[in-house]
Design a protein around this ligand. Structure first.
Ligand code: ASP
Length: 437
């Protein structure tokens, strides 16, 4: 029998009632043999996730605030156990966590305990084995994630312990010290488990319907993407669409394991499948998704006969390198070259970079356009299809959006336009209407 890995986000495990829904989902498919939980999310009066409460408990260890914060964490877990009617005695586990935090264990240890405690409870509730992530997710002594060792250790262990619950978000260094991934890292654990057990699918259960074609805050009626390839997803995530932790893609992508993003609240809905190749005969339409970000600066450099001047591009890029600034896009014309740079990268260095570009490149003109937004229209269906760019630019022109920059990746998977920040939402809506409705 094949097996599936089901990872549940914090909102899906926020209280006893949600645990019950998770058990229902698990019981509907006997292939769901490996389960990866996050820590319980916000619930009721708690405006913070358990993970955030644990970080703040650790920060306040030794101060008078500690008891109040830890008391709230304690209550959340004891309530869940009591309301589920479990025979499990969670008290000793909670006491150990409390003592260890007060004893000086650091933020990684503290934050990881949300997943750890949640995993113990869920394993008991499902009747699955509990496999502590500290034993199967390996970091080296410098705290760097060790993918090869993890794969070996985890594959061997999970062959024996099946079905099992493996808490997300953390692992351990050789000396036993706990390390966490960056925030949202339970997604990574789910991917690692999927790879180790060669799952037929990695199910990522969350509280959103899947990947949306466009940000629903801008396009409220946005449809859900049914299938998206890893490549398309990379382009969309890079441009700001986020549902999954970025590092969760790689471990499953190398094995060609699909990721199925699903909503715990509406399990009958199809969600989004992230796949290597689209299924035979599936027509994804032209555009799969639209994503973008504000907060860019475009530096447009012009110089007659730039095309014939050897080393011009190198000097431009050298100036950026010298200032430790990376760029996002570099569209070029015969005598023009533009640099699209995120404002977080520029960080107040724009004036000195412009001076340096004048000095090093001797251009005819340099102009900097600040407050720009960049929008990527992504879709495998655009490849070798005629008229896509015309449709896109007509849609923008009809809305009087001034396009300041155009870049098309050589893969034809992506058309990127730069617009003014204030036109950003209008432009996304226009592209959506032109291709999706
Ligand atoms: N609980 C951790 C966080 O809040 C990890 C996760 O949820 O994936 O970031």
């Amino acid at each position: 029998m094949g097996c599936k890995v089901a990872k549940f986000g914090g909102s899906s495990l926020a209280c006893a009632e949600r645990f019950a829904r998770v058990r229902e989902i698990i019981s509907e498919d006997p292939e769901r043999v490996y389960v990866v939980p996050s820590a319980p999310g916000k619930h009721g009066d708690d405006v913070e996730k358990i993970t955030d409460m644990l970080y703040s408990a650790q920060e306040n260890a030794g101060s008078e605030k500690f008891d109040e914060i830890f008391g709230r964490i304690d209550k959340r877990f004891t309530d869940i156990v009591a309301q589920l009617g479990l025979g499990l005695d969670i008290r000793p586990h909670l006491d150990t966590v409390r003592e260890n935090i007060l004893g000086g264990l650091g933020p990684d240890y503290a934050a990881s305990r949300g997943e750890y405690l949640c995993g113990i409870i869920l394993a008991e509730y499902l009747g699955y084995a509990f496999v502590d992530a500290a034993e199967v997710v390996c970091f080296d002594q410098k705290g760097r994630f060790d993918a090869d060792r993890t794969q070996r250790v985890m594959a061997a262990r999970l062959k024996k312990d099946r079905p099992a619950v493996i808490p997300g978000f953390y692992g351990a260094m050789p000396d036993g010290g706990i390390r966490t991934f960056s925030r949202g890292g339970s997604d990574i654990t789910g991917a690692l488990v999927s790879r180790a057990v060669q799952a037929s699918v990695y199910e990522n259960w969350t509280d959103v319907p899947g990947f949306m074609v466009a940000d629903p805050r801008i396009v409220p009626e946005s449809k859900v993407i049914e299938y998206v390839t890893y490549k398309e997803l990379r382009e969309l995530s890079y441009m700001g669409a986020s549902v999954l932790h970025e590092d969760a893609i790689f471990p499953v992508r190398v094995e060609g394991i699909p990721i199925h993003v699903r909503n715990t609240n509406t399990p009958a809905k199809r969600g989004t499948m992230i796949v290597k190749d689209l299924p035979e005969g599936y027509d994804s339409g032209t555009v799969t998704g639209i994503a973008g970000r504000k907060g860019f600066t475009v530096i447009a450099i012009e110089k007659a006969l730039m095309n014939a001047e050897v080393g011009f591009g190198r000097r431009v890029l050298w100036v950026l390198e010298r200032h430790g600034v990376s760029f996002e896009h570099m569209p070029t014309g015969i005598d023009t070259l533009s640099l699209v740079i995120s404002d977080t990268e520029l960080d107040g260095k724009l004036d000195t970079i412009l001076e340096d570009l004048w000095a090093q490149c001797n251009p005819d003109s340099i102009e900097a356009f600040t407050n720009m937004g960049v929008i990527a229209t992504v879709g495998q269906g655009m490849i070798r299809r005629v008229g896509i760019a015309a449709r896109l630019f007509t849609a923008l022109a009809n809305e009087s959006v001034n396009v300041r920059m155009i870049d098309q990746g050589s893969s034809e998977l992506n058309i990127i336009v730069g617009v003014e920040n204030e036109d950003f939402e209008k432009a996304v809506r226009a592209i959506y209407r032109a291709f999706v409705e």
